[in-house]
Structures are given as structure tokens and as C-alpha cells.
Design a binder for this molecule. Structure first.
Ligand SMILES: [Zn+2]
Length: 338
């Protein structure tokens, strides 16, 4: 496999066409909602007319036009779960079901299925099996809004099964600001990841814990503390070029000891909004180079070019391939032989 692989591409939907996607009334009223959809290349009206699958199709079309990124993991997002082990719609701000993502990404080459199963569900292990059967290449958690404590010993059976089937965990680390309501940022402390790491799960720390502090220590430092003890820990670099996180990518790249852990993620569609722009790095890039980079039309190509210009090593762009569970690739390669 050649070309960069993006481990962090979002999906969304309004529930149109029976997708099962869910957005809370509060989030729908939020000023960020329409620009968020626009960054995917869709409007509410288009989704109502054609169904939420249109959004995944637009992702596939954009990716097909990227010269640098050949695959992207499209992420489902499971609900928050109540004490009865069932989805809690009251506590959920945003949800994208596995079956929707699994079915839609299959229609577009280059799009991969990133599953999300809240491990607090009563039937979490069954859902994990189903996601794997449906071709999941990784498992995604956003603990601060799914209210998952990665350090909870009750999760050990779930972690064991993930390790057995080779499904890596992409987990949001650092503070979260994109959702309305009260995120539990304490759950995004990287040191809570010791348990899955010790259980043998490959853990990919999304956003390199680039935001916030725990116990007075920057979360990124807490994450990097774990690297020497756990060769199964990887550091994913999405969103570090956002306007509000400016210093975090240069800070991470100064740490030569973790260069071989870096993996590429884009946080699409946020790279397709004014939140991320080469023009916010005039001093590092020089104005002329910043202008040239910002004129690159494809959001994935622009993102890769910006990150390379800021010093992200080339190997980080393709390293993700070695972490994903790729049953489909093996299956199609096998078919091709006969
Ligand atoms: Zn994200």
C-alpha cells in the first residue's frame, strides 16, 4: 500500500435516509453546526433530500482527488451509555452508528471503517465482534463525551478481545472544546491509557494530548511520559495545526525520542474550515510559502503540505498502515490471486 493514510476523519448526519445518525437539539442549534456540515461539502437540505450517505460520498470524492492521501478512516461515534448499560440519548450530543459508516464506506474506494463501541454497553463485546466482522480497522473513543474511563478495570475483557483480534484503539486525548455541554476532560488524561496499553492493545493517542493540563502538568507531557514503557503507544497529530493549539506541533516535533511513534490524522472536516490555515504560521513558514500552501485546493493535500512544511517526518504519513486491522485488504488480495 502506498500513499498517506489518515487515521482521523469524521462523519456526521442528521438521521436522514434512516442512517441512525443523531445530533442533539442543542448541538443543532449551535452556531458551529452549519459550517461543520458545509466543511463536508453538504447542507441540511441536501441531506434531507438525499440521505446522510451523501456526506460519505462527498468525503469519498474529495479523497479521490487528493494526490497525497490514499485512504482515510471514517469514524463512527457511539452514544453515551446510562447505568442500565443502554444508550442514553439525554446524555448524548452526537452519534454516528457503526452500521451506517460500515455500509457507506464500502461504496467508495479509499474510505475505511473506524468503529465506535461504548464499552459500558451491556452488549459491548457482541458489538465489538460485529464491528470487526463488518471490517472495522480501528476502534474510536471520545471518552470525555462518551463518559468512558479508559482506566476502569471493568473494561479489561473488552481490551483483551481488542488485543486478540488486533484492533487498535484511537482515543481522544487532551481537553475537548468542540461539543456543547460539559465534557469530562478528566477522562482524557493520557495516563488513564496505561490499562489498555498493559493489556496489549495498540493505543493511538488522538491529537497528541495537545490541549489542557492534568494535575498542573500539560497533557502532552503526560502522554510522552508513557512512550518509553509502551512500544504499543502511538501519537496521532490531528488538530495540532488549529488556530487555538498553535504551539503544540512544534513542541511535539522537538521531541526526537518520539518521532518513530507519530502517525498522521487530519481531523477532517476541520482541516476544511478557517480553524486550520497555513496563513496562521507566517513566521515559521514565511509569508510567501504560507500563501502558496493555502492556495492548495484539496483539504487533504493542503493539510499534508502544511504538516510537512512544519517538519512532520514523511514516515508519519504512512505509519498508520502498519497499525490498522485490514481484513478486507487480505481478503481482496486473496481473491485477486485466484
Ligand atoms: Zn476529531
Amino acid at each position: 500500500v502506498t500513499g498517506a493514510v489518515d487515521l482521523h476523519c469524521h462523519a456526521a448526519g442528521i438521521g436522514a435516509g434512516g442512517s441512525g445518525c443523531f445530533i442533539s437539539a442543542k448541538m443543532r442549534r449551535s452556531l458551529r453546526f452549519r459550517p461543520f456540515l458545509r466543511a463536508f461539502g453538504v447542507t441540511v437540505q441536501e441531506l434531507q433530500e438525499e440521505g446522510d450517505g451523501l456526506l460519505i460520498r462527498r468525503l469519498g470524492e474529495l479523497l479521490a482527488r487528493s494526490a497525497r492521501v490514499s485512504a482515510a478512516v471514517v469514524l463512527a461515534l457511539d452514544c453515551a451509555v446510562g447505568s442500565d448499560g443502554k444508550a442514553d440519548p439525554e446524555a448524548t450530543v452526537f452519534a454516528v452508528p457503526n452500521r451506517f459508516v460500515a455500509a457507506e464506506v464500502r461504496k467508495h474506494s479509499g474510505l475505511l471503517f473506524g468503529a465506535s463501541v461504548n464499552p459500558l454497553r451491556r452488549d459491548a463485546l457482541e458489538r465489538l465482534e460485529r464491528a470487526a466482522d463488518d471490517g472495522a480497522v480501528l476502534m474510536k473513543w471520545l471518552p470525555s463525551i462518551q463518559f468512558i474511563d479508559p482506566a476502569d478495570p471493568a473494561l479489561i475483557p473488552f481490551y483483551r478481545r481488542m488485543a486478540e483480534i488486533g484492533l487498535p484503539l484511537l482515543v481522544h486525548t487532551g481537553d475537548e472544546h468542540s461539543f456543547p455541554g460539559r465534557p469530562r476532560n478528566d477522562l482524557a488524561d493520557p495516563l488513564r491509557l496505561r490499562l489498555p496499553l498493559e493489556t496489549g492493545v495498540t493505543v493511538i493517542a488522538a491529537h497528541a494530548a495537545g490541549c489542557g493540563r492534568t494535575g498542573g502538568v500539560p497533557n502532552m507531557e503526560r502522554l510522552l511520559l508513557l512512550c518509553p514503557s509502551f512500544p504499543n503507544l502511538y501519537v496521532e497529530i490531528s488538530s495540532l495545526t488549529q488556530l487555538n493549539r498553535h504551539g503544540s506541533l512544534p513542541r511535539l516535533l522537538r521531541r526526537f525520542d518520539v518521532r518513530d511513534r507519530l502517525v498522521y490524522g487530519s481531523d477532517m472536516p476541520l482541516i476544511n474550515t478557517p480553524l486550520v490555515s497555513p496563513l496562521s504560521f507566517p513566521l515559521r513558514l514565511g509569508l510567501r510559502r504560507a500563501l502558496r500552501l493555502s492556495s492548495i485546493e484539496n483539504p487533504w493535500d493542503r493539510d499534508v503540505a502544511l504538516k510537512e512544511a512544519l517538519g512532520v517526518p514523511e514516515e508519519a504519513l504512512t505509519r498508520g498502515w502498519s497499525l490498522l486491522r485490514l481484513p478486507n485488504v487480505t481478503a481482496s488480495a486473496a481473491t485477486a490471486e485466484f
